[in-house]
Design a protein around this ligand. Structure first.
Ligand SMILES: Nc1nc2c(ncn2[C@@H]2O[C@H](COP(=O)(O)OP(=O)(O)OP(=O)(O)O)[C@@H](O)[C@H]2O)c(=O)[nH]1
Ligand SMILES: [Mg+2]
Length: 367
């Protein structure tokens, strides 16, 4: 990321160009994803050097915006702070979510670390359910290859129903493909329909969905889920925009909460994770170790608790045997009984007896 003065000068240089961007009604593309997945590297690959860095209104959270031209069409690319889900916990996540709600993007690029698909895909499902025009970017494909992990991207694309692109952002690999996918969404003006993720809470979600009359930046189904999860910001929004039905919605939420033993947030997260596990079983090669190098194989083995813990005990036992038994007993015995008793002591005794004639002094050195 850029720092201090460099940012300031870029900010200044963009002040003149910013109005032009708005006049042309540039399509917006938002980059989202957890921290450290390569969003900013991809942002830099998509944009030129002219970027603006500004604090999101009312916060100290920085967002970065830049321009890109794809197939003759102008886009504004927005880099966001890391977020793990649509239900914000940190201020960073709140800002990123607000950008999604407010900017009506023509494409939302969900950047993930492809090595950790199981951890990353629940958010993809959430974004898709929210009716956002998602492009899934599997970044870190260099490391995926090094680890011998195989991901069937075609099948993943089919299951999710959104474009899936594998990239190595740091090497600029497949950025052209990503640009083509962004252009594709822009050209067709694809009407993204949110895909329903079946849920045990379907009845409540559909009930709330039917009562929402206003338009929100996210699909009504996603808004309903967030209401059930107790998202304060969304509750305030719905209370203002759907005044007439808000009381009924509150009743459904209260009834649903009464009917479940765990928190709704936890239940919905569990459902999504289960779905993701099924998807990963289909698209990620189970024989992850097959092509991996020795170091990675050992890494994976030691990280697995079933193998890792006994391996740890074995290593400690081997160290005890080496230092405690071999070192303290065998080596010391050898030094004492063989080296010193047999050779060194008789040799030094003889030496001192030969060069020191006085027995009193000899006793100080000889034993
Ligand atoms: N090996 C490898 N490293 C990568 C790749 N993409 C990004 N990185 C590295 O991953 C680190 C994180 O990249 P960033 O672009 O800063 O990640 P980010 O998603 O913007 O992170 P936050 O801004 O903290 O949310 C950097 O050190 C990059 O050089 C990739 O495809 N392969
Ligand atoms: Mg970043």
């Amino acid at each position: 990321m850029m720092k201090g003065k460099f940012k300031e000068s870029l900010r200044a240089s963009m002040d003149e160009t910013a109005p032009a961007l708005n006049e042309n009604k540039t399509d917006k593309v938002v980059l989202v994803g957890s921290p450290n997945v390569g969003k900013s590297v991809i942002f830099n690959a998509l944009t030129g050097i002219y970027v603006t860095v500004s604090n999101y209104p009312g916060t100290t959270v920085e967002t970065t915006r830049g321009k890109s031209e794809i197939d003759g069409r102008r886009y504004e690319i927005i880099d966001t702070p890391g977020m793990y889900s649509l239900l914000p916990i940190t201020e960073d996540e709140r800002v990123s979510r607000n950008i999604l709600l407010d900017e009506t993007p023509s494409a939302v690029i969900h950047v993930v670390d492809a090595k950790n698909l199981k951890k990353m895909l629940p958010f993809t499902l959430q974004l898709i359910e929210a009716g956002l025009p998602v492009i899934l970017v599997l970044n870190f494909m260099d490391e995926v290859k090094r680890l011998g992990i195989k991901i069937d991207m075609m099948m993943l694309e089919k299951i999710l129903g959104v474009p899936v692109i594998g990239t190595v952002a740091t090497q600029g690999k497949c950025i052209d493909q990503l640009k083509a996918a962004i252009g594709g969404y822009g050209l067709t003006g694809t009407d993204i329909k949110s895909r329903r993720n079946e849920s045990d809470l379907d009845e409540s979600i559909s009930g709330i969905e039917a009562l929402l009359k206003s338009e929100y930046g996210l699909s009504k189904r996603a808004v309903s889920s967030l209401l059930l999860m107790g998202d304060e910001e969304i509750i305030t929004m719905v209370r203002e925009n759907d005044k007439e039905s808000y009381d009924l919605i509150s009743e459904i939420i209260a009834e649903t909460k009464k009917g479940v033993s765990m928190s709704i947030n936890y239940l919905l997260r569990l459902e999504r994770q289960k779905k993701v596990n099924d998807i990963c079983n289909d698209v990620v090669n189970k024989e992850e170790l097959s092509g991996a190098g020795l170091r990675e194989k050992l890494d994976m083995l030691t990280l697995n608790p079933v193998v890792g813990v006994p391996l740890f005990i074995l290593v400690i036992y081997a160290m005890y045997k080496f230092v405690g038994v071999f070192g303290a007993q065998t080596v010391v015995d050898f030094l004492e009984a063989t080296l010193f008793e047999k050779y060194l002591t008789p040799f030094t005794n003889g030496l001192f007896e030969a060069i020191i004639p006085w027995p009193v002094l000899q006793d100080l050195f000889v034993h």
